[in-house]
Design a protein around this ligand. Structure first.
Ligand code: AMP
Ligand code: GLY
Length: 422
């Protein structure tokens, strides 16, 4: 089977490596990045241009296309591939609105009876003021459009909250902002593979959104992740399938826009029960790096079964009995103003950790240089989180570039048994 992976981040690098391990699978990636190009053949492509992705898939005779990021999905690339008769892992543009519009996701959750934060969609500052008063501090203010995890401000400062709301409303024509109640409790990222009918959940992970240790600083796309979650209730996955994932998939089918691909539920385990923070329509980055590190079943069969609507006959997934951690090494200035160009040293393959590339390219001398905010994801497995932390940070310590920064506390509280569900 020939699989074309679309995307250029560490998530796609992890997908490529996992798919490549399966028997009888050839993997191609477009556009990929400098690290992915070490593992498989890469092609350039305009990934949000449906015609160019379809043309490439036909040229390489792909049996399956796996779309990594949200932008091609929202742009209808999966629709175009399916229309051309190519099995595709990833939802239609209509279904990807679950990620592309917070307001749409809230509407689906309300119809499906899925528990989430109470929220108001505001188009004017008067409505913003009323909503901020109603919910009180801490304030949660979300851009209604796609923002790669960076459009959300959570703050106890009313002025900061109001200013962000104003930016969202005035930033583009028809701009809108969602103001919602604050959810206490630890966050969980739970991924499900679905073909629009059947739902198969993967192993839960936790992501670290803030840029600095102890959850300080602004939100990012994610600075690290680990899986599994030793502190999570044993019934978590089955409850989320019953209360969140299956009802959402059923509601999307009822609306005539079935969701096929990866449904990512971002959850908060609050004192009042599990609540959905957000949906994404694709694998999470960097959570995928740790979830796939633990998956023992072939990934290619799972994604192909989603694309061909045969998940109901797919065998139950098997998981390794290990813990996995990934740590993001970020560029100077990330997330506000990442600086490109620094030369990266120490990129040597090792038995005890994997290096997934995100924002890297080769310069004229062949050196790897920084070309994005999140640069590398160092990923390691161990017998438990303490062991995995030792291995992953040993990996991080061997890689260097000017201005590099990373969190030192990924999975630390979980390893110490200090994560509590209220
Ligand atoms: P989102 O893009 O909706 O996932 O939000 C990004 C991050 O903001 C989440 O992962 C949470 O850390 C935080 N966040 C979003 N909504 C809430 C909420 N209602 N209460 C508390 N934190 C939130
Ligand atoms: N790690 C968060 C996301 O992929 O949206």
């Amino acid at each position: 089977m020939k699989i074309l992976v679309i995307g250029s981040g560490a998530r796609e690098h992890a997908l490529v490596r996992s798919l490549k391990r399966d028997d009888g699978v050839e993997v191609i990636c477009a556009p990929g990045n400098a690290g992915i190009a070490l593992d498989v053949v890469t092609h350039s492509v305009d990934q949000v241009n449906a015609d160019s992705v379809v043309a490439l898939a036909q040229t390489v005779a792909a049996d399956l296309v796996v779309i990594g990021p949200e932008a091609p999905l929202v742009a209808g690339v999966a629709d175009a591939l399916r229309a051309a008769g190519i099995p595709t892992f990833g939802p239609s543009a209509a279904a990807a609105r679950l990620e592309g519009s917070k307001a749409f996701a809230k509407d689906v959750m309300q119809s499906a009876g899925v528990p989430t934060a109470r929220a108001h969609l505001c188009m004017a500052l008067d409505d913003v003021d009323a909503a901020l008063d109603e919910f009180g501090s801490p304030y949660v203010v979300k851009d209604d459009g796609l923002a790669a995890g960076k459009g959300v401000v959570v703050t106890t400062d009313r002025e900061t909250a109001r200013n962000h709301a104003q930016l969202c409303i005035e930033g583009r024509p028809g701009g809108a902002v969602v103001i919602e109640e604050y959810l206490d409790g630890p966050e969980v990222s739970l991924f499900a593979v679905t073909d629009g009918v059947t739902v198969i959940a993967l192993s839960p992970a936790q992501d670290f959104k803030r840029v600095f240790d102890d959850d300080e600083g602004p939100n990012t796309g994610g600075m690290g992740a680990y899986s599994p979650l030793p502190w999570a209730p044993v019934t978590l996955v089955s409850e989320v399938i019953d209360d969140v994932l299956q009802p959402t998939v059923d509601e999307m089918a009822r609306r005539g826009t079935p969701f096929s691909g990866l449904l990512y539920a971002g959850l908060a385990l609050t004192s009042r029960g599990t609540r959905v923070i957000e949906f994404n329509a694709r694998f999470g980055d960097p959570e995928t790096q740790v979830v796939l590190a633990r998956l023992a079943s072939p990934l290619s069969s799972l994604l192909f079964a989603s694309a061909t609507e045969t998940l109901s006959s797919h065998p139950a997934l098997e998981w390794k009995d290990s813990s996995a951690i990934t740590v993001v090494m970020a560029a100077e200035g990330y997330p506000d103003a990442p600086q490109s160009g620094a030369v990266i040293t120490g990129l040597v393959d090792h038995d005890t950790f994997d290096i997934f590339h995100a924002g890297t390219r080769r310069n004229d001398d062949g050196d790897f240089v920084v070309s994005g905010g999140r640069v590398l994801c160092v990923t390691a497995s161990g017998s438990d989180l303490v062991d995995a932390r030792r291995r992953v940070y040993e990996g991080v310590s061997q890689i260097h570039f000017a201005g590099e920064h990373h969190r030192t506390d990924i999975a630390l509280k979980a390893a110490l048994g200090e994560v509590n569900v209220p």
